[in-house]
Design a protein around this ligand. Sequence first.
Ligand code: G
Ligand code: G
Ligand code: NA
Ligand code: MN
Length: 254
Amino acid sequence: LYLEQSLRNAISRHELSLWYQPKLDLSSNTIRSTEALIRWHHPQLGVISPADFIPIAEDTGLILPIGAWIIEDATRQISEWRDKEDQNIRVAINISAHQFGHQRLSEQIIQALESLQLPPRLLTLEVTETALMTHMEAAVRQLQALRDIGVCVALDDFGTGYSSLTYLKHFPIDVLKIDRSFVADIAHDTESGAIVRTIITLAHSLNMTVVAEGVETQAQLAFLKENGCDEIQGYLFCKPLPAGDFLEFLRHHR
Ligand code: G
Ligand code: G
Ligand code: NA
Ligand code: MN
């Protein structure tokens, strides 16, 4: 209850921030995109993980104002990197199931892009299979509208949800993100290796690209490269960083 009360004030007290974890494009060895991950800097408790407060935000409905803040702050950041750094960095934000139940999600996103005159392709929405299933009709309708204007959609934690493969055909999706539980074992375990290889083939045959998350070792990276994965994300390459540090990292990588 204490957390819930302080979360209510977190936006107006400027306690929330987005951190950025780069994604490495394996064919060009460049960074073109990044995932925004929320952090809560609590004045007494320090940094609280989204794993601990996003569920509270979802249960209390606070995910709607927090989700709106995420859209606003991520698009502001994309715009700032364009204006000040002359860099078109693609930013992925995570969308919760509850946000799809809310009629204004697609309007909110379109409005944010328009007011900053951003090319919609610079924004990616990361959505889990479970979130898509929770409000399936509303989710598909809103994602379709956003995709029509050029926003990208990534299916997050792929392989861990309940969705059947037949949905892949109907959902408007551009990117599959292989869940880190599969990535963790690929170098040793032949089953995980086979699953990852199959996901990559499946994605490419459906005209989707593939991102592997949670890449922590050179052996995992080698396996993913060899099997045609498009992008990787993980501690091996870079952990999530505050916006300023992310830009520094980008400068040194080039
Ligand atoms: O960044 P970290 O690994 O601590 O995130 C933990 C969990 O919180 C992950 O499941 C991640 O998807 C989720 N998460 C991180 N940032 C956001 C966000 O901005 N919105 C939502 N809905 N979930 C997030
Ligand atoms: O659920 P989602 O995939 O959005 O979770 C993203 C979270 O994963 C981020 O909060 C980030 O801190 C965490 N993460 C990023 N890279 C790695 C990694 O290489 N290993 C592990 N264990 N977690 C990671
Ligand atoms: Na994600
Ligand atoms: Mn994920």
